[in-house]
Design a protein around this ligand. Structure first.
Ligand SMILES: Nc1ncnc2c1ncn2[C@@H]1O[C@H](COP(=O)(O)OP(=O)(O)OP(=O)(O)O)[C@@H](O)[C@H]1O
Length: 536
Protein backbone atom coordinates (compact mmCIF):
# COMPACT_ATOMS: atom_id res chain seq x y z
CA UNK A 1 0.00 0.00 0.00
CA UNK A 2 1.25 3.42 -0.87
CA UNK A 3 1.96 5.48 2.20
CA UNK A 4 1.90 9.26 2.52
CA UNK A 5 5.73 9.24 2.60
CA UNK A 6 5.83 7.29 -0.71
CA UNK A 7 3.45 9.75 -2.28
CA UNK A 8 5.47 12.70 -1.04
CA UNK A 9 8.66 11.09 -2.34
CA UNK A 10 7.15 10.43 -5.75
CA UNK A 11 5.82 13.97 -5.87
CA UNK A 12 9.29 15.33 -5.13
CA UNK A 13 10.78 13.16 -7.87
CA UNK A 14 8.20 14.34 -10.36
CA UNK A 15 8.81 17.94 -9.43
CA UNK A 16 12.55 17.49 -9.87
CA UNK A 17 11.95 15.93 -13.27
CA UNK A 18 9.63 18.77 -14.29
CA UNK A 19 12.37 21.23 -13.34
CA UNK A 20 14.82 19.24 -15.49
CA UNK A 21 12.43 19.34 -18.42
CA UNK A 22 11.92 23.08 -17.94
CA UNK A 23 15.70 23.61 -17.92
CA UNK A 24 15.99 21.64 -21.15
CA UNK A 25 13.16 23.63 -22.76
CA UNK A 26 14.86 26.87 -21.69
CA UNK A 27 18.16 25.67 -23.12
CA UNK A 28 16.50 24.68 -26.41
CA UNK A 29 14.61 27.98 -26.67
CA UNK A 30 17.83 29.91 -26.13
CA UNK A 31 19.55 27.75 -28.75
CA UNK A 32 16.67 28.37 -31.17
CA UNK A 33 16.94 32.13 -30.58
CA UNK A 34 20.71 32.05 -31.25
CA UNK A 35 20.18 30.04 -34.43
CA UNK A 36 17.56 32.54 -35.64
CA UNK A 37 19.99 35.33 -34.93
CA UNK A 38 22.79 33.66 -36.90
CA UNK A 39 20.34 32.76 -39.68
CA UNK A 40 19.40 36.41 -40.20
CA UNK A 41 23.08 37.47 -40.07
CA UNK A 42 24.00 34.91 -42.75
CA UNK A 43 21.04 35.85 -44.94
CA UNK A 44 22.11 39.46 -44.75
CA UNK A 45 25.72 38.61 -45.55
CA UNK A 46 24.64 36.57 -48.60
CA UNK A 47 22.55 39.48 -49.83
CA UNK A 48 25.53 41.77 -49.43
CA UNK A 49 27.63 39.31 -51.52
CA UNK A 50 24.93 39.29 -54.18
CA UNK A 51 24.56 43.07 -54.20
CA UNK A 52 28.30 43.60 -54.61
CA UNK A 53 28.55 41.05 -57.43
CA UNK A 54 31.72 39.48 -56.03
CA UNK A 55 32.24 36.81 -53.49
CA UNK A 56 34.63 38.85 -51.42
CA UNK A 57 33.24 42.35 -51.21
CA UNK A 58 31.15 41.74 -48.15
CA UNK A 59 34.23 40.50 -46.38
CA UNK A 60 36.22 43.45 -47.60
CA UNK A 61 33.51 45.76 -46.38
CA UNK A 62 33.33 43.97 -43.09
CA UNK A 63 37.04 44.27 -42.48
CA UNK A 64 37.03 47.79 -43.75
CA UNK A 65 34.22 48.60 -41.36
CA UNK A 66 36.20 47.48 -38.41
CA UNK A 67 39.40 49.11 -39.59
CA UNK A 68 39.79 52.72 -38.65
CA UNK A 69 43.11 52.99 -40.53
CA UNK A 70 41.44 53.98 -43.80
CA UNK A 71 39.68 56.94 -42.30
CA UNK A 72 42.19 58.35 -39.87
CA UNK A 73 44.69 59.65 -42.41
CA UNK A 74 44.92 63.06 -44.08
CA UNK A 75 42.09 64.40 -46.19
CA UNK A 76 41.72 67.59 -48.19
CA UNK A 77 39.07 68.98 -45.79
CA UNK A 78 41.17 68.44 -42.63
CA UNK A 79 42.02 72.07 -41.93
CA UNK A 80 38.51 73.29 -42.72
CA UNK A 81 37.06 70.59 -40.43
CA UNK A 82 39.46 71.56 -37.63
CA UNK A 83 38.44 75.18 -38.04
CA UNK A 84 34.70 74.39 -37.79
CA UNK A 85 35.23 72.03 -34.83
CA UNK A 86 37.20 74.60 -32.86
CA UNK A 87 35.70 77.92 -33.88
CA UNK A 88 32.05 77.01 -34.37
CA UNK A 89 31.51 74.09 -32.00
CA UNK A 90 34.19 75.18 -29.52
CA UNK A 91 35.50 71.61 -29.30
CA UNK A 92 39.30 71.43 -28.84
CA UNK A 93 39.89 67.88 -30.13
CA UNK A 94 38.06 64.86 -31.50
CA UNK A 95 36.93 61.97 -29.36
CA UNK A 96 37.41 58.35 -30.37
CA UNK A 97 36.10 57.62 -33.91
CA UNK A 98 34.69 61.11 -34.53
CA UNK A 99 37.36 62.14 -37.03
CA UNK A 100 37.13 58.82 -38.88
CA UNK A 101 33.34 59.01 -39.08
CA UNK A 102 33.48 62.56 -40.39
CA UNK A 103 36.05 61.52 -43.03
CA UNK A 104 33.90 58.60 -44.18
CA UNK A 105 30.84 60.83 -44.53
CA UNK A 106 32.84 63.53 -46.30
CA UNK A 107 34.04 60.83 -48.73
CA UNK A 108 30.41 60.14 -49.61
CA UNK A 109 30.09 56.77 -47.86
CA UNK A 110 27.06 55.49 -45.99
CA UNK A 111 27.95 55.09 -42.32
CA UNK A 112 26.58 53.22 -39.33
CA UNK A 113 27.67 54.69 -35.99
CA UNK A 114 27.27 52.84 -32.72
CA UNK A 115 28.55 55.13 -30.03
CA UNK A 116 27.82 55.23 -26.30
CA UNK A 117 25.32 57.72 -24.93
CA UNK A 118 27.04 61.06 -24.63
CA UNK A 119 29.89 59.90 -26.86
CA UNK A 120 29.44 62.81 -29.27
CA UNK A 121 27.41 61.41 -32.15
CA UNK A 122 25.86 64.77 -33.10
CA UNK A 123 29.19 66.32 -34.09
CA UNK A 124 29.77 63.39 -36.47
CA UNK A 125 26.96 64.50 -38.79
CA UNK A 126 26.67 68.18 -37.88
CA UNK A 127 30.24 68.97 -38.84
CA UNK A 128 30.01 67.38 -42.33
CA UNK A 129 26.61 69.08 -42.71
CA UNK A 130 28.40 72.41 -42.41
CA UNK A 131 31.33 71.43 -44.65
CA UNK A 132 29.31 69.89 -47.49
CA UNK A 133 27.39 72.10 -49.89
CA UNK A 134 23.62 72.10 -49.56
CA UNK A 135 21.10 71.01 -46.94
CA UNK A 136 21.55 68.09 -44.53
CA UNK A 137 18.36 66.26 -43.60
CA UNK A 138 18.25 64.89 -40.05
CA UNK A 139 15.56 62.44 -38.97
CA UNK A 140 15.01 62.25 -35.26
CA UNK A 141 12.20 60.51 -33.39
CA UNK A 142 11.14 63.14 -30.90
CA UNK A 143 10.02 66.69 -31.07
CA UNK A 144 11.71 67.73 -27.86
CA UNK A 145 15.04 66.26 -29.01
CA UNK A 146 14.70 68.18 -32.26
CA UNK A 147 13.84 71.40 -30.42
CA UNK A 148 16.90 71.07 -28.20
CA UNK A 149 19.20 70.37 -31.15
CA UNK A 150 17.88 73.27 -33.23
CA UNK A 151 18.10 75.59 -30.22
CA UNK A 152 21.72 74.56 -29.59
CA UNK A 153 22.77 74.90 -33.25
CA UNK A 154 21.04 78.27 -33.67
CA UNK A 155 22.89 79.53 -30.60
CA UNK A 156 26.14 78.53 -32.32
CA UNK A 157 25.10 80.57 -35.37
CA UNK A 158 24.40 77.54 -37.57
CA UNK A 159 21.33 77.88 -39.84
CA UNK A 160 19.31 74.94 -38.50
CA UNK A 161 15.54 74.56 -38.73
CA UNK A 162 12.89 71.99 -37.98
CA UNK A 163 9.80 71.12 -39.95
CA UNK A 164 7.30 69.73 -37.48
CA UNK A 165 3.74 70.33 -36.29
CA UNK A 166 5.03 73.23 -34.18
CA UNK A 167 6.77 75.05 -37.07
CA UNK A 168 5.27 78.47 -37.83
CA UNK A 169 3.76 79.13 -41.28
CA UNK A 170 6.49 81.68 -41.90
CA UNK A 171 9.28 79.21 -41.14
CA UNK A 172 7.56 76.50 -43.16
CA UNK A 173 7.45 78.81 -46.17
CA UNK A 174 11.12 79.66 -45.69
CA UNK A 175 12.08 75.98 -45.49
CA UNK A 176 10.12 75.00 -48.59
CA UNK A 177 11.65 77.88 -50.56
CA UNK A 178 15.11 76.87 -49.40
CA UNK A 179 14.54 73.25 -50.43
CA UNK A 180 12.89 74.04 -53.75
CA UNK A 181 14.80 77.06 -54.92
CA UNK A 182 17.92 77.13 -52.78
CA UNK A 183 16.87 80.52 -51.40
CA UNK A 184 17.80 81.59 -47.87
CA UNK A 185 20.35 80.05 -45.62
CA UNK A 186 19.44 76.51 -44.54
CA UNK A 187 22.18 74.03 -43.62
CA UNK A 188 20.52 71.49 -41.31
CA UNK A 189 16.84 70.51 -41.42
CA UNK A 190 15.34 68.32 -38.68
CA UNK A 191 12.17 66.30 -39.25
CA UNK A 192 10.44 63.38 -37.52
CA UNK A 193 10.12 60.09 -39.47
CA UNK A 194 6.39 60.77 -39.89
CA UNK A 195 7.29 63.63 -42.24
CA UNK A 196 8.94 61.13 -44.58
CA UNK A 197 6.15 58.57 -44.33
CA UNK A 198 3.18 60.93 -44.42
CA UNK A 199 3.95 64.22 -46.18
CA UNK A 200 3.92 63.97 -49.96
CA UNK A 201 4.45 67.72 -50.17
CA UNK A 202 7.64 67.49 -48.15
CA UNK A 203 8.95 64.54 -50.15
CA UNK A 204 8.32 66.38 -53.40
CA UNK A 205 10.26 69.45 -52.18
CA UNK A 206 13.05 67.18 -50.99
CA UNK A 207 13.20 65.57 -54.41
CA UNK A 208 13.55 68.99 -56.00
CA UNK A 209 16.33 69.82 -53.57
CA UNK A 210 18.07 66.56 -54.48
CA UNK A 211 17.58 67.04 -58.23
CA UNK A 212 19.27 70.42 -57.94
CA UNK A 213 22.22 68.71 -56.19
CA UNK A 214 21.56 70.43 -52.89
CA UNK A 215 20.82 67.46 -50.58
CA UNK A 216 24.16 67.07 -48.81
CA UNK A 217 23.54 64.14 -46.45
CA UNK A 218 20.83 62.24 -44.63
CA UNK A 219 21.30 61.52 -40.96
CA UNK A 220 19.08 59.08 -39.05
CA UNK A 221 19.27 59.47 -35.31
CA UNK A 222 18.25 56.69 -32.88
CA UNK A 223 18.56 54.28 -35.82
CA UNK A 224 17.82 51.24 -33.61
CA UNK A 225 14.16 52.32 -33.92
CA UNK A 226 14.27 50.75 -37.43
CA UNK A 227 14.67 47.27 -36.02
CA UNK A 228 11.91 45.11 -34.68
CA UNK A 229 14.59 43.43 -32.59
CA UNK A 230 15.61 46.69 -30.97
CA UNK A 231 14.16 47.94 -27.72
CA UNK A 232 12.25 50.81 -29.26
CA UNK A 233 10.90 49.80 -32.66
CA UNK A 234 8.89 52.54 -34.40
CA UNK A 235 6.83 51.63 -37.45
CA UNK A 236 7.45 55.04 -39.09
CA UNK A 237 11.16 54.27 -39.23
CA UNK A 238 10.34 51.50 -41.71
CA UNK A 239 9.41 54.08 -44.32
CA UNK A 240 12.93 55.51 -44.20
CA UNK A 241 14.06 52.81 -46.63
CA UNK A 242 12.70 55.07 -49.35
CA UNK A 243 15.48 57.59 -48.73
CA UNK A 244 18.32 55.46 -50.10
CA UNK A 245 16.15 54.24 -52.95
CA UNK A 246 15.22 57.75 -53.99
CA UNK A 247 18.46 59.56 -53.20
CA UNK A 248 20.99 56.82 -53.86
CA UNK A 249 24.04 59.11 -54.22
CA UNK A 250 23.47 60.96 -50.93
CA UNK A 251 25.40 59.55 -47.94
CA UNK A 252 23.20 58.11 -45.21
CA UNK A 253 24.45 58.25 -41.63
CA UNK A 254 22.64 55.99 -39.15
CA UNK A 255 23.44 56.64 -35.49
CA UNK A 256 22.55 54.86 -32.28
CA UNK A 257 23.95 54.30 -28.82
CA UNK A 258 22.78 50.72 -28.58
CA UNK A 259 22.57 47.98 -31.16
CA UNK A 260 23.32 44.31 -30.81
CA UNK A 261 24.73 42.53 -33.90
CA UNK A 262 21.24 41.48 -34.87
CA UNK A 263 19.90 45.05 -34.63
CA UNK A 264 22.88 46.37 -36.62
CA UNK A 265 22.16 43.97 -39.50
CA UNK A 266 18.49 44.82 -39.33
CA UNK A 267 19.17 48.57 -39.47
CA UNK A 268 21.53 48.18 -42.44
CA UNK A 269 18.99 46.09 -44.26
CA UNK A 270 16.07 48.37 -43.48
CA UNK A 271 17.90 51.54 -44.54
CA UNK A 272 19.35 49.79 -47.61
CA UNK A 273 22.94 50.57 -46.69
CA UNK A 274 24.54 47.09 -46.89
CA UNK A 275 27.95 48.49 -47.84
CA UNK A 276 28.09 51.12 -45.15
CA UNK A 277 31.21 51.74 -43.13
CA UNK A 278 30.54 50.62 -39.59
CA UNK A 279 32.03 52.34 -36.56
CA UNK A 280 31.37 50.56 -33.33
CA UNK A 281 32.71 52.22 -30.20
CA UNK A 282 32.81 50.56 -26.83
CA UNK A 283 29.70 50.68 -24.67
CA UNK A 284 31.94 51.22 -21.66
CA UNK A 285 31.28 54.35 -19.63
CA UNK A 286 34.21 54.18 -17.20
CA UNK A 287 33.05 57.22 -15.22
CA UNK A 288 29.69 55.66 -14.26
CA UNK A 289 29.36 53.73 -11.02
CA UNK A 290 26.59 51.13 -11.33
CA UNK A 291 24.73 50.03 -8.22
CA UNK A 292 21.77 47.71 -7.69
CA UNK A 293 20.04 48.13 -4.32
CA UNK A 294 17.34 45.92 -2.94
CA UNK A 295 14.03 47.74 -2.87
CA UNK A 296 11.79 47.69 0.15
CA UNK A 297 8.18 46.60 -0.30
CA UNK A 298 7.18 49.72 1.64
CA UNK A 299 6.92 52.67 -0.73
CA UNK A 300 7.78 55.26 1.92
CA UNK A 301 11.01 53.46 2.80
CA UNK A 302 12.11 53.46 -0.86
CA UNK A 303 11.61 57.22 -1.14
CA UNK A 304 13.37 57.71 2.22
CA UNK A 305 16.37 55.81 0.87
CA UNK A 306 16.37 57.74 -2.41
CA UNK A 307 16.14 61.07 -0.58
CA UNK A 308 18.91 60.06 1.82
CA UNK A 309 21.13 59.02 -1.09
CA UNK A 310 20.58 62.32 -2.91
CA UNK A 311 21.08 64.50 0.17
CA UNK A 312 24.19 62.67 1.35
CA UNK A 313 25.89 62.21 -2.00
CA UNK A 314 24.80 65.41 -3.74
CA UNK A 315 24.48 68.15 -1.11
CA UNK A 316 25.29 70.87 -3.64
CA UNK A 317 22.11 70.36 -5.67
CA UNK A 318 23.84 68.45 -8.46
CA UNK A 319 21.22 67.43 -11.03
CA UNK A 320 19.68 63.99 -11.29
CA UNK A 321 16.84 61.93 -12.71
CA UNK A 322 14.58 59.47 -10.94
CA UNK A 323 12.74 57.00 -13.18
CA UNK A 324 9.44 55.48 -12.08
CA UNK A 325 7.17 52.89 -13.61
CA UNK A 326 3.97 54.90 -14.03
CA UNK A 327 2.90 58.50 -14.36
CA UNK A 328 1.00 58.30 -11.08
CA UNK A 329 4.10 56.97 -9.36
CA UNK A 330 6.14 59.84 -10.87
CA UNK A 331 3.81 62.40 -9.35
CA UNK A 332 3.81 60.66 -5.97
CA UNK A 333 7.58 60.23 -5.81
CA UNK A 334 8.18 63.86 -6.88
CA UNK A 335 5.79 65.09 -4.16
CA UNK A 336 7.40 62.86 -1.53
CA UNK A 337 10.89 64.01 -2.47
CA UNK A 338 9.73 67.61 -2.20
CA UNK A 339 8.31 66.82 1.24
CA UNK A 340 11.81 65.66 2.18
CA UNK A 341 13.34 68.96 1.09
CA UNK A 342 14.52 68.04 -2.43
CA UNK A 343 13.67 70.35 -5.34
CA UNK A 344 11.93 67.75 -7.52
CA UNK A 345 9.19 67.75 -10.12
CA UNK A 346 7.67 65.25 -12.49
CA UNK A 347 7.52 65.34 -16.26
CA UNK A 348 5.39 63.07 -18.40
CA UNK A 349 3.28 62.92 -21.52
CA UNK A 350 -0.05 63.57 -19.75
CA UNK A 351 1.04 67.11 -18.90
CA UNK A 352 0.04 69.96 -21.17
CA UNK A 353 2.69 71.77 -23.18
CA UNK A 354 2.81 74.79 -20.85
CA UNK A 355 3.37 72.68 -17.76
CA UNK A 356 6.14 70.79 -19.50
CA UNK A 357 7.72 74.01 -20.71
CA UNK A 358 7.65 75.31 -17.13
CA UNK A 359 9.49 72.23 -15.82
CA UNK A 360 11.94 72.55 -18.70
CA UNK A 361 12.65 76.19 -17.80
CA UNK A 362 13.07 75.51 -14.07
CA UNK A 363 15.40 72.66 -14.89
CA UNK A 364 17.49 74.73 -17.27
CA UNK A 365 17.76 77.51 -14.68
CA UNK A 366 18.95 74.95 -12.15
CA UNK A 367 15.93 75.59 -9.93
CA UNK A 368 15.09 71.89 -9.95
CA UNK A 369 17.55 69.32 -8.72
CA UNK A 370 15.59 66.25 -9.71
CA UNK A 371 13.22 65.39 -12.54
CA UNK A 372 11.02 62.35 -11.99
CA UNK A 373 10.00 60.59 -15.21
CA UNK A 374 8.61 57.29 -16.42
CA UNK A 375 10.70 54.34 -17.62
CA UNK A 376 8.58 53.83 -20.75
CA UNK A 377 8.94 55.49 -24.16
CA UNK A 378 7.86 58.79 -22.68
CA UNK A 379 10.99 58.79 -20.61
CA UNK A 380 12.94 59.68 -23.72
CA UNK A 381 11.38 63.13 -23.49
CA UNK A 382 12.86 63.51 -20.04
CA UNK A 383 16.16 62.25 -21.26
CA UNK A 384 16.32 65.01 -23.74
CA UNK A 385 16.11 67.61 -21.07
CA UNK A 386 19.08 66.36 -19.23
CA UNK A 387 21.71 68.38 -20.91
CA UNK A 388 20.97 71.96 -21.67
CA UNK A 389 23.25 74.74 -22.65
CA UNK A 390 22.61 77.98 -20.91
CA UNK A 391 23.94 80.90 -22.84
CA UNK A 392 25.15 83.47 -20.37
CA UNK A 393 26.78 85.67 -22.96
CA UNK A 394 27.12 85.00 -26.63
CA UNK A 395 30.25 82.96 -26.28
CA UNK A 396 30.03 81.51 -22.78
CA UNK A 397 28.15 78.31 -22.11
CA UNK A 398 27.29 76.35 -19.02
CA UNK A 399 26.42 72.74 -19.31
CA UNK A 400 23.89 71.21 -16.96
CA UNK A 401 25.14 67.70 -16.42
CA UNK A 402 23.24 64.89 -14.76
CA UNK A 403 25.29 63.46 -11.91
CA UNK A 404 22.99 60.62 -10.89
CA UNK A 405 20.26 58.51 -12.43
CA UNK A 406 18.09 56.54 -10.01
CA UNK A 407 15.70 53.83 -11.12
CA UNK A 408 12.83 53.55 -8.67
CA UNK A 409 11.65 50.67 -10.91
CA UNK A 410 13.58 48.42 -13.24
CA UNK A 411 13.77 49.14 -16.99
CA UNK A 412 12.32 46.79 -19.57
CA UNK A 413 15.66 45.69 -21.07
CA UNK A 414 19.43 46.04 -20.81
CA UNK A 415 19.40 48.40 -23.79
CA UNK A 416 16.82 50.66 -22.19
CA UNK A 417 18.67 50.65 -18.89
CA UNK A 418 21.96 51.38 -20.62
CA UNK A 419 20.41 54.37 -22.39
CA UNK A 420 18.51 55.71 -19.41
CA UNK A 421 21.37 55.35 -16.96
CA UNK A 422 23.75 56.63 -19.63
CA UNK A 423 22.31 60.13 -19.29
CA UNK A 424 24.48 60.52 -16.21
CA UNK A 425 27.98 61.95 -16.49
CA UNK A 426 27.97 62.92 -20.14
CA UNK A 427 30.93 65.21 -19.40
CA UNK A 428 33.04 62.16 -18.47
CA UNK A 429 33.23 63.03 -14.75
CA UNK A 430 32.30 60.49 -12.04
CA UNK A 431 28.54 59.95 -11.81
CA UNK A 432 26.23 57.30 -10.39
CA UNK A 433 23.49 54.98 -11.64
CA UNK A 434 21.42 53.31 -8.94
CA UNK A 435 18.70 50.78 -9.60
CA UNK A 436 16.25 49.82 -6.85
CA UNK A 437 15.17 46.24 -7.52
CA UNK A 438 12.56 43.96 -6.04
CA UNK A 439 11.20 40.83 -7.74
CA UNK A 440 7.64 42.11 -7.31
CA UNK A 441 8.34 44.78 -9.99
CA UNK A 442 9.02 42.13 -12.64
CA UNK A 443 5.39 41.11 -13.32
CA UNK A 444 4.46 44.79 -13.77
CA UNK A 445 7.02 45.11 -16.53
CA UNK A 446 6.33 41.70 -18.06
CA UNK A 447 2.68 42.59 -18.64
CA UNK A 448 3.89 45.63 -20.62
CA UNK A 449 6.49 43.86 -22.77
CA UNK A 450 4.68 40.57 -23.31
CA UNK A 451 3.65 41.34 -26.88
CA UNK A 452 6.96 42.89 -27.97
CA UNK A 453 9.43 40.90 -30.05
CA UNK A 454 11.77 39.20 -27.55
CA UNK A 455 10.13 41.41 -24.89
CA UNK A 456 10.22 38.82 -22.13
CA UNK A 457 13.69 37.66 -22.99
CA UNK A 458 14.93 41.26 -22.87
CA UNK A 459 13.25 41.75 -19.52
CA UNK A 460 14.78 38.59 -18.07
CA UNK A 461 18.24 39.86 -19.09
CA UNK A 462 17.84 42.96 -16.94
CA UNK A 463 16.33 40.84 -14.15
CA UNK A 464 19.48 38.69 -14.20
CA UNK A 465 21.54 41.90 -14.05
CA UNK A 466 19.60 42.97 -10.96
CA UNK A 467 19.66 39.63 -9.19
CA UNK A 468 23.33 38.89 -9.58
CA UNK A 469 25.29 39.63 -6.43
CA UNK A 470 28.59 38.45 -7.84
CA UNK A 471 28.78 39.28 -11.53
CA UNK A 472 30.30 42.63 -12.44
CA UNK A 473 27.51 44.96 -13.63
CA UNK A 474 29.78 46.52 -16.23
CA UNK A 475 30.64 43.09 -17.62
CA UNK A 476 26.93 42.39 -17.96
CA UNK A 477 26.77 45.24 -20.50
CA UNK A 478 29.83 43.93 -22.36
CA UNK A 479 28.27 40.47 -22.56
CA UNK A 480 24.94 41.82 -23.66
CA UNK A 481 26.44 43.87 -26.48
CA UNK A 482 28.89 41.07 -27.40
CA UNK A 483 31.94 43.17 -26.63
CA UNK A 484 35.24 41.94 -25.15
CA UNK A 485 35.34 42.35 -21.37
CA UNK A 486 37.15 45.36 -19.91
CA UNK A 487 38.27 46.18 -16.42
CA UNK A 488 35.56 47.61 -14.17
CA UNK A 489 38.12 49.22 -11.84
CA UNK A 490 35.75 48.71 -8.93
CA UNK A 491 33.14 50.98 -10.53
CA UNK A 492 30.09 48.84 -9.69
CA UNK A 493 28.79 47.71 -6.33
CA UNK A 494 29.41 44.03 -7.05
CA UNK A 495 33.11 44.67 -7.75
CA UNK A 496 33.61 47.34 -5.11
CA UNK A 497 31.98 45.38 -2.29
CA UNK A 498 32.73 41.87 -3.52
CA UNK A 499 34.30 40.83 -0.23
CA UNK A 500 31.17 41.79 1.68
CA UNK A 501 29.02 39.21 -0.12
CA UNK A 502 28.66 36.16 2.11
CA UNK A 503 27.74 32.72 0.90
CA UNK A 504 25.34 31.05 3.31
CA UNK A 505 24.55 27.35 3.41
CA UNK A 506 20.74 27.18 3.61
CA UNK A 507 20.41 23.46 2.99
CA UNK A 508 19.04 22.96 6.54
CA UNK A 509 15.98 25.00 5.55
CA UNK A 510 15.16 22.88 2.50
CA UNK A 511 12.68 20.52 4.23
CA UNK A 512 10.74 23.53 5.52
CA UNK A 513 10.78 25.09 2.05
CA UNK A 514 9.41 21.90 0.55
CA UNK A 515 6.67 21.74 3.18
CA UNK A 516 5.80 25.35 2.48
CA UNK A 517 5.69 24.62 -1.24
CA UNK A 518 3.31 21.71 -0.78
CA UNK A 519 0.95 23.64 1.50
CA UNK A 520 -2.53 24.39 0.23
CA UNK A 521 -2.47 27.89 -1.28
CA UNK A 522 -5.22 28.90 1.16
CA UNK A 523 -3.09 27.94 4.16
CA UNK A 524 -0.01 29.59 2.72
CA UNK A 525 0.76 32.82 4.48
CA UNK A 526 3.41 35.44 4.03
CA UNK A 527 4.17 35.11 7.73
CA UNK A 528 5.30 31.50 7.23
CA UNK A 529 7.61 32.66 4.45
CA UNK A 530 8.81 35.49 6.66
CA UNK A 531 9.46 32.99 9.46
CA UNK A 532 11.43 30.82 7.06
CA UNK A 533 13.56 33.75 5.90
CA UNK A 534 14.39 34.63 9.51
CA UNK A 535 15.25 30.97 10.13
CA UNK A 536 17.64 31.00 7.21
N1 LIG B 1 35.27 65.83 -29.15
C1 LIG B 1 34.57 66.30 -28.14
N2 LIG B 1 35.18 66.86 -27.08
C2 LIG B 1 34.50 67.36 -26.03
N3 LIG B 1 33.15 67.35 -25.96
C3 LIG B 1 32.48 66.79 -26.98
C4 LIG B 1 33.14 66.25 -28.12
N4 LIG B 1 32.20 65.78 -28.97
C5 LIG B 1 31.01 66.01 -28.39
N5 LIG B 1 31.17 66.61 -27.20
C6 LIG B 1 30.14 66.99 -26.24
O1 LIG B 1 29.64 65.79 -25.64
C7 LIG B 1 28.29 65.96 -25.27
C8 LIG B 1 27.47 64.80 -25.81
O2 LIG B 1 27.45 64.86 -27.22
P1 LIG B 1 26.19 64.37 -28.07
O3 LIG B 1 24.96 65.04 -27.59
O4 LIG B 1 26.53 64.47 -29.48
O5 LIG B 1 26.16 62.88 -27.58
P2 LIG B 1 25.39 61.68 -28.21
O6 LIG B 1 26.40 60.67 -28.59
O7 LIG B 1 24.44 62.16 -29.25
O8 LIG B 1 24.61 61.15 -26.94
P3 LIG B 1 23.14 60.54 -26.81
O9 LIG B 1 23.10 59.22 -27.49
O10 LIG B 1 23.04 60.39 -25.34
O11 LIG B 1 22.20 61.54 -27.36
C9 LIG B 1 27.87 67.30 -25.84
O12 LIG B 1 27.93 68.22 -24.80
C10 LIG B 1 28.92 67.62 -26.88
O13 LIG B 1 29.12 68.99 -27.07
Amino acid sequence: METEVDALEELLNIETEIEDVQDQIKFLLERQEKLHERQSELKFLLEAYKASGTGNSANENASRSSSLEDWSGSFEWDSQADDVRLNIFGIPSYRQNQKEIINAIMSGRDVLVIMAAGGGKSLCYQLPAILRDGVALVISPLLSLIQDQVMGLTALGIPAYMLTSTTSKENEKFIYMALEKGEGELKILYVTPEKISKSKRFMSKLEKCHNAGRLSLISIDEAHCCSQWGHDFRPDYKSLSILKTQFSNVPVVALTATATQKVQYDVMEMLRIPKCVKFVSTVNRPNLFYTVRSKSSIGKVVVDEIAEFIQESYPNSESGIVYCFSRKECEQVAAELRARGIAADYYHADMDVNAREKVHMRWSKNKLQVIVGTVCVISVIILLLVEIYIHITFDTQYLLVVRFVIHHSLSKSMETYYQESGRAGRDGLPSECVLFYRPADVPRQSSMVFYENSGLQNLYDIVRYCQSKRQCHRNAFFRHFAEPLQDCNGMCNNCAFFSEVREVDVSHAVPQMILLGTEEPSSYSSSSMHYLVIEI
